[in-house]
Design a binder for this molecule. Sequence first.
Ligand code: HEC
Length: 194
Amino acid sequence: MNRGMNNIVVLVAGPFIIYAILALFMGAIPGAVLSKTSPGPGVMPFSPQAQRGRDVYVSEGCSYCHTQQVRPLKQDLVFGRPSTAGDYAYSTPQLLGSERNGPDLSNIGSRQPSDVWQYIHLYEPRSLVSMSIMPPYRWLFQLKAHADVNDIVVPVPPGYAPKGAVVVTTQEARELVAYLKSLKQAPLTSRAKR
Ligand code: HEC
């Protein structure tokens, strides 16, 4: 009865074959099919600035707390319409995320289009959302005694603003916010709607 379990070939080859079949059907084939998905109606490539902002998003680990996938569930409708494969045509590798400690960001560009809000929120989330657990990303900003002509000054609310200095954006902050503003779900056509 136990002959198979004592056979080293069965012990090694069995799991290997099962794993290979799973990898093929759950990883390789869906990946190959999805990589051929054409962009959905109205889905645009990122601008070069937003594309660099996407790299900042990845390197700052925003995906650890934020998803970019709206499920076809009632509780997800606050974030936008359900995501479709065509939404991700220019967004590879996709930043779907798996933890939703903060809101889904698939449609944040439509929900919060103000750069000023985004800058203040990145500098100190709690100055806008008092109970926020999002960490402040101060290193995306610079403190200066006086702003230069081309600086974008961030109007951090009193009580959170540094004393005797102004907060100005860095290039990374501007790129990241350009990326966030570009995250807008294009409306689905009636054909694609289900
Ligand atoms: C530790 C978890 C965590 C991380 C990491 C994190 N966030 Fe958040 N984020 C939150 C939470 C919680 C909220 C909701 C409260 C708030 O608005 O501050 C939020 C809210 C937001 C909002 C507003 C969403 C809305 O619908 O109003 C944006 C935009 C945002 N985060 C962007 C980012 C970006 C960009 C990064 C990376 C630089 C990031 N977050 C990293 C937890 C996180």
